[in-house]
Write a protein that binds this ligand. Structure first.
Ligand code: TYM
Length: 340
């Protein structure tokens, strides 16, 4: 390793393999992982252990795990340069989770809004894993001594908890765990639903028109954007905090992010033009970005042996780093080691 590599900071992030990633996952998270590879050591994974907090069809989960992994590569994650793996292939995550659960307060977990949202939807599906989900997320992050965690805005509270757990552990013993910073993109940290623009775009939305999947075909993408809910003002302008403008704000943010333009530039480009034309242009711009990803994905998913070899090597490289942190943590808390 050269000196420059030694001084590089580490970023870490994960995505659940529940359904195909959507435009929100892409703009809020995965696109940034890809872009940040050039200047950071990057550890990224498919969070399959998190996915089983909700009952999954086993065969489907296995297929989606490989699919999500292939999609990350198709988006530009470099499995040689970065560490790209599947969470359950590294048992250190589950092990550190246990130790950190002894450093997480019941009250802290009860206050997590994602838990409160999910639990309010039905008592039957409630399980302890759903409750302790954020502690596993803290283990994911702290195992790699990550400096920055690129995520969407919905993960902010989980990141706060990870920081609190790290600080609590360090205070109880001595500095052991790096306290991570969230990295949330300002404009696209929360991409909204196309059909209800005051709600975030979500994989679990029952309405297929609410979100755009990375694997949607071009005409499907354009059709969904054409149907996007806006307002009756007929003005393509960005007005932050104005709920009536939520639809247009969302579309302008998406257009700016996928074309690399500033929002003001996008406003100028569409000044005086109709919503129909604008929505179609946003759809076309999104389809242009997803087209090469889809082509590369189609190629990668055919080569199962290559994907599995990448997953295996990714997990081995991940374990070399996480093993060191886990050993330190075990020693600090007083677990007896029989390795020399
Ligand atoms: P997940 O799978 O729900 O989402 C993956 C990433 O996509 C972001 N995201 C969004 N960003 C912008 N707009 C949206 N509408 C939108 N919806 C989702 C999420 O914020 C996330 O960054 N718990 C995590 C996975 C995880 C993780 C980790 C993340 C497990 N361990 C450690 C970071 C670090 C999750 O369920 O993400």
């Amino acid at each position: 390793m050269t000196n420059t590599e030694n001084t590089r900071k580490t970023i870490l992030s994960g995505i659940q393999p529940t359904n195909t990633p959507h435009l929100g996952n892409y703009l809020g998270a995965t696109k940034n992982w890809v872009d940040m590879q050039a200047s950071y050591d990057c550890v990224c994974f498919v969070a399959d252990l998190h996915a089983i907090t909700v009952r999954q069809d086993p065969a489907k989960l296995r297929a989606q795990t490989r699919q999500t992994y292939a999609l990350l590569m198709a988006m530009g994650m470099d499995a040689d340069k970065s560490i790209l793996f599947v969470q359950s292939h590294n048992h250190h995550h589950a092990e550190l989770n246990w130790v950190l659960s002894c450093f997480t307060q019941f009250g802290e977990l009860s206050r997590m809004t994602q838990f409160k949202d999910k639990s309010s939807k039905g008592e039957d599906s409630m399980n302890a894993g759903l409750f302790t989900y954020p502690t596993l997320q803290a283990a994911d992050i702290l195992l790699y001594q990550a400096d920055l965690v690129p995520v969407g805005a919905d993960q902010k509270q989980h990141l706060e908890l990870s920081r609190n757990i790290a600080v609590r552990f360090n205070n109880a013993y001595s500095p052991t765990l790096v306290v991570p910073e969230p990295h949330i993109p300002k404009a696209v940290g929360k991409i909204m639903s196309l059909s209800e623009p005051t709600k975030k775009m979500s994989k679990s939305d029952d309405n297929p028109n609410a979100s755009v999947s990375v694997l949607d075909e071009r005409d499907v993408i354009i059709r969904k954007f054409k149907r996007a809910v806006t307002d009756s003002e007929a003005q393509i302008c960005y007005r932050e905090e104005d709920e009536a403008k939520a639809g247009i704000n969302n579309l302008l943010s998406i257009y700016a992010a996928v074309t690399g333009k500033a929002v003001a530039e996008a406003e100028a480009e569409f000044a005086g033009r109709g919503y129909g034309e604008f929505k179609e242009a946003v759809g076309a711009a999104v389809a242009d970005v997803f087209e090469p990803v889809q082509r590369e994905y189609a190629r990668l998913i055919e080569d199962k042996a290559h994907l599995d070899a990448c997953m295996k090597s990714g997990a081995q490289r991940a374990m070399r780093i996480s093993g060191k942190t886990l050993a330190k943590v075990y020693r600090k808390v007083g677990l007896l080691s029989i390795d020399n």
